[in-house]
Design a protein around this ligand. Sequence first.
Ligand code: MLT
Ligand code: MN
Ligand code: ZN
Length: 307
Amino acid sequence: MIIKILGSAAGGGFPQWNCNCRNCADVRRGVTGLEPRTQSSLAVSIDGRNWTLLNASPDLRQQIAATPELNPASLDPPRSSPIKSVVLTNADVDHVAGLLNLRENQPLFLYADRRVLSALAQNVIFNVLDEEYVARVPIQRDRMFEPAGCPGLGIEAFAVPGKVALYLEDEKAGSDFGTAEGDTIGLKLIDLRTGRFACYVPGCAAVDDALIRRMTGAAVILFDGTLYSDDEMILLGLSQKTGRRMGHISMSGPDGSVAALARLQADRRIFTHINNSNPVLRKSSPEREWVESAGWEVACDGMEVIV
Ligand code: MLT
Ligand code: MN
Ligand code: ZN
């Protein structure tokens, strides 16, 4: 199985258009040790010819252009694409806005939880994905399916502690803002020839025993790396929100992801969906050193992971 990290940044990307935090300012002026990153998306394939996208970021057009495997090959028909299907893990803007790039009447299968499909159905602009060409298929959690057009790939979705998309938050619904199971899912990506698997969890509010059980034995986990510390956006003067409020566990701290996943058995662990405020984006930072010494890698755009 080949996994390509198309975009490793969280919503807003790195640098973010209206952000002048130290990370964003430094990457803008080309300081060494910081690399720009596009927004959260992966592509996965077993045979290297047929691909499934995992999330469709607002930067998808640029990501496809930067990835030769995702473009029509020289002898392909006048209209064709190696991208055969798309699987969404939630309805966040950074994961669905790129669907608009996939118009042009190209046959595709779009898989998502019913809750996410219903959010798309309520946004008429997504009608550019004509139902005559683009099938919208609800995912049944905890049951493996084989995404259309990608032979040898099995995917199993599972519920993850999280939060409903920001633009769907219901303030009156209480502290969970109307979040329901299925608003955030993780994906187990299985190579059906070998049985080896990876887990992709770009948004996760907390690590519980069910999640550990689910990911045990993975060849690689690609995990929510939004923030290093829960209050980093507040301390940098960027936002009033903690990571908890945004539905994202932080890397550090006693209940952070590094500590919570220390007992997980997995060959490789990689942070992705990294917010521009996160100090691990700076290669020489003590925070980067700390996550790496704990066995974690920090994803960058274009990274290829072989499972
Ligand atoms: C998130 O991951 O929390 C969202 O992408 C935030 C957003 O939509 O801006
Ligand atoms: Mn996001
Ligand atoms: Zn910034």
